[in-house]
Design a protein around this ligand. Sequence first.
Ligand code: 6PG
Length: 245
Amino acid sequence: MSRSHARLVVLDDSEAIAYRAAEYVVTLARDAIQARGRFVIALSGGSTPRRLHEMLASTQFRTHLDWSRVIVFWGDERFVPPDSPDSNQRMAHESLLSQVPIDHANVFPVETIGSPQNAATKYEQLLVDVLGPDVRFDLILLGLGEDGHTASLFPGVHAVESEDRFVRSVSDSPKPPADRITITFKTINRARCVLFLVSGPGKRRALGGVLDSATSPVTFPAKHVGLPRGSTIWLVDRAAYSPAG
Ligand code: 6PG
């Protein structure tokens, strides 16, 4: 862990990761609502978060969240129609948002219409309108790709270096589909909390690369994550984690 306020939690398996993440979400939401009257979260894409979503929607957790105070964005979105099997917002609606009493006026999916560039500009403006100029999330959920990417910030992709924008379009994602909309590290690193969910042997190399202080964020973009005003928590399982040395 190269940055302050970073914590690594090694758990048995993906089920344990989802359960611990659900506990964090409930605690962070309670604290945010008490302090500021709302909880602003950015959901992650990919497949890992599905089990977390299902847990949050289960009777074990759903009643512990004041859903009327929850504001939902996405950390990234594939530039596909909302009903596409590749859509991150579709997965979130199926596994969570259609199952809980959230106010859908507080759910802000990326509008994947027109050009990706315009969609990114519109989403960025939405972030500013809803969060305020500081664009500070209470929690950003993130995954880790096998190549060390997070959100849609891949090795060699221009958006990784973006320091002036909160949201960028990506047209050369090596993970299909190529066109995506993503928050930038500028947005990620101003959050109060980032929660990484990393599971499975396929992530071993990427996780090892991120945890290795000798590697570069050019190779492992997720190393750009470091919250000067917040906490980064890595929830990983034994299949993904190999102790250094
Ligand atoms: C996406 C995700 C991406 C994902 C990682 C891990 O839209 O593809 O945001 O960053 O989190 O690739 O994906 P899995 O959870 O499917 O392994």
